[in-house]
Design a protein around this ligand. Structure first.
Ligand code: ADP
Ligand code: MG
Length: 671
């Protein structure tokens, strides 16, 4: 494994904890750097690699400081443009240096150029790579180079015998695992690129089969284990009745049905394992409150875990008054508390002096022991790794009941496959009195007009979210975009009061900004997708999503759910950059046409297929990273048969297979 503890921590954030994990960290796509094209032959819009001498290098300070470099190879000249650059880069890119650069060539005002190319200094005869260059999913602080080096080394050194019996029909005709991985990490340039992209290449099929097999093995093991667990029956409804009477509204029909199901489960000696699905704003929180009331009224403790500090605090603010009015002792635990504060909370939970503990991952990470934990509620469950949910569930003698809530409508059949025998309740009705959000598609070309509309809205007393684009490959870029956008909008919209919210801010600062927005002191809030889940500011009635074409449907829907929470007419502007890809166009059309989360989920499924639907972004730790249940249906069948046989005839090998894929976290699939 790579170097320092910091490196290790960073790698862990993208799911790489062991050398095996490196091997299974597969490329998102490839770049072909095996060829250099003559600069004179380049047309715009294509991915190219060029090599030439720097003939001009200049820092231009008009508006924003940029570094402009011209590269010439005798057939023509191309510009390289850098908006962010370091001193070392200035030194590398001096006149006379020989540079190999790659990126997307675009026709600019002064001829062809590449903005922020990848580049390196080369000599007369620096060899070109002979393989395609992989581009990996990554996170802040882990460069592609670092990943490539670590993975390359793992490929050379890690032993990787096959765990799948070779006569298993699922792997007939496919390469062995080692061979398949070697190909996927470094394909030859003449590989079938389409098959790679569609994951129909035999190397992909091998990996996908192995993953599905690991899943099937785990599901079978888990099913056997689950039958043995026992929970405390929670049957006292007195507190629930008092809460229902105290609520400022009556439950909707859908909420009542969902609550009946939850209440019924809580009475059983088998632990509840229920997923509560409801569109954003459908009112899941009150069901959580009722469940907590039943648990606490029956003499146990409840814990509520949310994926972000922001969301956990909103729950605290919403639930605490309701619960405290019933005499329930509510407390709060998050990573940002001081150690002494955490210690006090842990002691109180262990002594049974807290009835309802609300918090973030800290609930798990700080190994809170509850005196008698009866119920665990997990909000926005798809944002958690399953391992995290399990950790909370695992405390105490009896298993606590578990209620998971999600606004990401996972089609029922999929939920069943992913979460084994999870029960599902659905809230398919919004509380009365909401005005639907109007969605408009606006191209970047009309940005100036939009800015004026935003100004007018703010002057009319409305509050606005401005969501910054998502940059798939790098959190650091995400952040930079948010900061840039904040600066630009602050100037353009002066003297409006503009705030900035992003995931890397310290919790206290985040809260400060959120409070300012809630109180109306901030009129326009520039934010990254941290606001995606659960943020509830009813006065915010306009949302602009920049580069909406880069977001997935589920995410757009989540984001849009942040407006339309009050009685005011709300709007969501999807700002996009033309030309749109056909899929992006379809996605934006869906958003324009409907606000129904289930319809959106259905269309999303059609557009993307279920594998990606529950992909990394949404599920925290993805259960299936590579397989796609629909596309790979035939492999699922083969994996099922193979799993049964392995558990019967070769249990040790089955263990090794699961260990390889889930790193001893085979429990993943039990939740
Ligand atoms: P979500 O399902 O997105 O978590 P919330 O639980 O935050 O939704 O509910 C959204 C808003 O609707 C909250 O302000 C909540 O108090 C309110 N609400 C919930 N149920 C009802 C209801 N039956 N009638 C009126 N308002 C409700
Ligand atoms: Mg919620």
């Amino acid at each position: 494994m790579p170097g320092t503890p910091t490196d290790l921590a960073r790698f862990a954030r993208i799911g790489i904890r062991r050398e095996h994990d490196l091997l299974l960290h597969l490329p998102l796509r490839y770049e072909d750097l095996t060829r250099v094209v003559p600069i004179g032959s380049i047309r715009g819009g294509s991915q190219v690699q060029v090599e030439g001498d720097v003939v001009r290098s200049e820092v231009v300070a008009r508006g924003r400081r940029t570094l402009q470099v011209d590269l010439s190879d005798g057939t023509g000249t191309i510009g390289l443009r850098f908006f962010h650059f370091y001193g070392t880069q200035l030194k590398q890119l001096t006149v006379g240096a020989r540079i190999r650069a790659s990126g997307e060539a675009r026709g600019g005002l002064f001829g062809m150029e590449i903005v922020h190319p990848q580049y390196r200094v080369v000599g007369e005869s620096t060899p070109l790579p002979t393989r395609l260059t992989p581009v990996y999913p990554t996170a802040a602080g882990i460069g592609q180079g670092m990943l490539r080096a670590a993975i390359g080394k793992a490929l050379r050194t890690v032993a990787l015998d096959d765990t799948v019996p070779p006569d298993c029909p699922g792997v007939r005709g496919l390469p062995g695992l080692r061979q398949a991985l070697a190909l996927l990490h470094a394909p030859a340039p003449d590989v079938d690129r389409v098959a790679l992209e569609e994951r129909s290449h035999p190397a992909w099929l091998r990996v996908i089969f192995e993953e599905l097999l690991a899943q099937q093995l785990s599901l079978r093991r888990a099913r056997a284990a689950r039958a043995d667990r026992e929970a405390a029956p929670l049957r006292d409804r007195a507190l629930v009745d008092r809460l229902l009477k105290a609520l400022p509204f009556a439950l909707t029909g859908a909420q009542r049905r969902a609550w009946d199901e939850v209440a019924h489960d809580l009475c059983a000696r088998q632990p509840m394992n229920r997923l509560l699905q409801g569109d954003v704003g459908s009112g899941k929180t009150v069901i959580a409150a009722l469940a907590a009331a039943q648990a606490i009224g029956s003499g146990t403790q409840a814990a509520l875990m949310a994926p972000t500090e922001l969301l956990a605090e909103q729950h605290l603010r919403k639930l605490a008054p309701w619960m405290q009015a019933l005499g329930v002792r509510v407390d709060w635990l998050s990573g940002s508390l001081k150690e002494s504060g955490k210690r006090t909370i842990r002691a109180a939970a262990a002594a049974g002096e807290i009835d309802l503990l609300i918090g973030t991952h800290a609930l798990i990470e700080d190994s809170v022991e509850f005196a008698r934990l009866g119920l665990v509620i997990v909000d926005e469950q798809h944002r958690f790794g399953v391992a995290q949910r399990l950790a909370l569930r695992g405390k105490g003698q009896l298993s606590p009941h578990q209620l998971m809530m999600s606004a990401t409508p996972i089609p029922r059949t999929l939920a069943m496959t992913y979460y084994a025998d999870l029960d599902v309740s659905v809230i398919d009705e919004l509380p009365p009195g909401r005005t639907p959000v109007v969605t408009r598609l606006v191209s970047q070309g009309r940005r100036a007009e939009l800015i004026e509309r935003v100004r007018a809205a703010a002057q009319a007393g409305r509050q606005i979210y401005w969501v910054c684009p998502l940059i798939e490959e790098s959190e650091a870029l995400d952040l930079q975009t948010a900061i840039d956008t904040f600066e630009v909008l602050s100037q353009e919209l002066a003297p409006l009061r503009v705030g900035l919210l992003h995931g890397r801010m310290p919790a206290a600062e985040k809260q400060h900004v959120m409070d300012g927005f809630v109180r109306g002191e901030i009129q326009l809030l520039v934010a990254t997708t941290v606001i995606e889940v659960g943020v509830d500011v009813p006065n915010a009635s306009l949302m602009v999503i920049e580069h909406a074409e880069r977001f997935g449907l589920a995410q757009l829907h989540q984001l849009r759910g942040r407006v339309g929470r009050g009685a005011a007419e709300s709007a969501c502007v999807l700002l996009y950059r033309a030309p749109l890809s056909p899929t992006a166009r379809e996605r934006l059309t869906v958003m324009h046409e409907t606000t129904d989360g289930f319809e959106i989920a259905r269309r999303d499924l059609m557009l993307r297929g279920p594998g990606e639907f529950l992909g990394a972004r949404q599920s925290g730790v993805p259960l299936l990273r590579f397989a796609d249940l629909e596309r790979d249906a035939a492999l699922v069948e083969a994996a099922r048969a193979c799993a049964a046989r392995m558990l019967r005839d070769m249990p040790d090998q089955a263990d090794r297979h699961m260990e390889r894929w889930f790193g001893g976290r085979e429990e993943f699939l039990r939740a």
